[in-house]
Every structure is written in C-alpha cells, then in structure tokens.
Design a protein around this ligand. Structure first.
Ligand code: SAM
Length: 247
C-alpha cells in the first residue's frame, strides 16, 4: 500500500513501505527534483533534436514522463517525444488517475488516464509506452538508439539490482553517441558502474536541490566533469555493485 505525502515544494509524492523509501526527495520536492535532476539536463543537452527518445526508469508516479511533456510543450513544441518506461508495480500505475498531481499536469489528464488504463498514450507529437515489467528484463529486450535515460529507481541500498555494473551495461547498449543518463545518486559505486560502461561522469549541482549525476557518452561543457581517476585513487576500496555479488 503506497501512501501519498506532500513534499517541501508543495507537490505530492508517495512513500513505499515495501522499500521503506519515498518516491522523491521530500526536501527537494517531487516536482523540483524531477525538473532539476532529470528534465532540465535532458532538454539542455538534447533540446535541439527534432525527435527525442527517452527511457524513463522507473515510471512510478510518472513525474519524469509528465514533466517531459510539459517541458517539451512549453519550450520545444516542435519536438516529437518518444518515451519508454518500465515499472514493476501495475497496481500503482492503474491507481494514478486519482493521484493529486500538481496543477501543471492538468493538461495531461487524458495522458494519465490512457497510461493508467491501457499502458500507453499516442498523439501526433507523442508516443509513451509504460510496460509493467522488471526494468532489468526490459533493458535487455529493448532495441534502438535512445538519447536520454532518466535513472530514477529506489536507492542502491533498497533496490540494488537496478544499480549494478551489468544493469548499466544493458542501459549503455541502448544509448546513442550523444546519450546521457541522469540520476539523483552521487554514490561512488553508481558513478563507477557508469564509468566502467564508457560514460564520462558530470556533477549536476545548483540552488534548491541536492547534487546529482549526469553520465554522458560525449564530452559536456556545461557541467563540471568528475575526475574519476582521482576519486578511485582516494577510495581504493570503492567498487561498483555487481550482479550476484553485492546484490
Ligand atoms: C523512486 S520510484 C520512481 C519515481 C518515478 N520516477 C516518479 O517520477 O514517480 C521507484 C519505482 O521503481 C519501481 N521498481 C522497483 N523495482 C523495479 C524493477 N526491477 N523494475 C521496474 N520498476 C521497479 C517501484 O515500483 C517504484 O515505482
């Protein structure tokens, strides 16, 4: 049973007793966290694309997908959006028609209803597929080149299988030349797992939210690069999580 709770920016998030964790940082605020850690970097780096392909791990309450629609419609109305989002909890997705979303999402009521009732939404500028499945399975089955992966699973402590070297290997396979992974985690183990899979690691920092990470295939100039060699020297015991070892 998931409980709704108001976060510090006024938007509602939820608490999962099963994972003993909130769906968003209650301090950063659900909407603010989604905006600062995922949507702004994604569009800052890929806003020039005519067609943007996003993997949204995991759908949860759908903030990252819905805010991507809002952001596209507000700032990049010509861009067509394709979003694929795996989510294990089908009952949660089906319940979202009654979730107290911020008024910003009012124009997307029909999107929420379509996703909650049939798992997808289509219009001439938008394709959204929410698949009720394990993200590990989904990442192995998915094909094609994607521009952005919002990595927004529960924390490595409570949901380690979605943070391993092998998991990020499967994500890396799907990322195009300019592909980026955004995540709230700044843990060395997370950054190592991404780094080992060919990503440069960048710091996403700013006012009003805790530091986050952007992993990029391509050199980025607008974000500060994390010196991973130095980090590894300072933390010789540091390791990425591995399937079947740390999990
Ligand atoms: C932190 S919440 C996601 C928050 C979401 N991005 C949002 O905007 O609301 C984590 C979600 O991961 C889902 N989950 C946990 N393990 C999963 C797995 N192996 N595959 C897919 N989804 C999973 C949970 O059911 C939960 O909805």
């Amino acid at each position: 049973m998931t409980h709704w709770i108001q976060s510090d920016d006024g938007s509602y998030t939820a608490y999962s007793p099963e994972y003993n964790e909130h769906y968003h940082s209650t301090k950063d605020g659900a909407l603010n966290e989604s905006l600062k850690k995922h949507i702004e970097p994604a569009f800052a780096l890929h806003g020039d694309k005519n067609h943007l392909r996003i993997i949204d791990i995991c759908f949860g309450l759908g903030f990252n997908t819905l805010l991507s629609l809002y952001y596209r419609d507000t700032y990049f109305p010509e861009t067509t959006l394709e979003i694929f989002s795996p989510e294990l909890d089908g009952a949660l997705v089906a319940s979202l028609v009654t979730f107290p979303y911020p008024t910003l999402f009012d124009p997307y009521k029909s999107v929420i209803t379509d996703i909650a009732t049939k798992g997808n939404y289509h219009d001439e500028r938008t394709t959204i597929t929410v698949q009720i499945t394990d993200a590990r399975v989904a990442m192995r089955a998915l094909e094609g080149e994607w521009d952005v992966c919002y990595h927004d699973a529960f924390s490595p402590v409570h949901n380690p299988t979605l943070w391993t070297h092998e998991y990020f290997h499967d994500v890396a396979r799907l990322m195009g030349k300019m592909g980026v992974v955004t995540t709230y985690s700044t843990a060395l183990a997370t950054r190592l797992a991404l780094h080992e899979n060919g990503f440069g690691i960048y710091l996403n920092t700013g006012e009003g939210y805790r530091n986050a990470t952007i992993a990029s295939r391509q050199t980025l100039t607008r974000y500060e690069k994390v010196n991973m060699e130095h980090k590894m020297k300072c933390n010789p015991q540091g390791r990425s999580l591995r399937d079947g070892i740390d999990v």
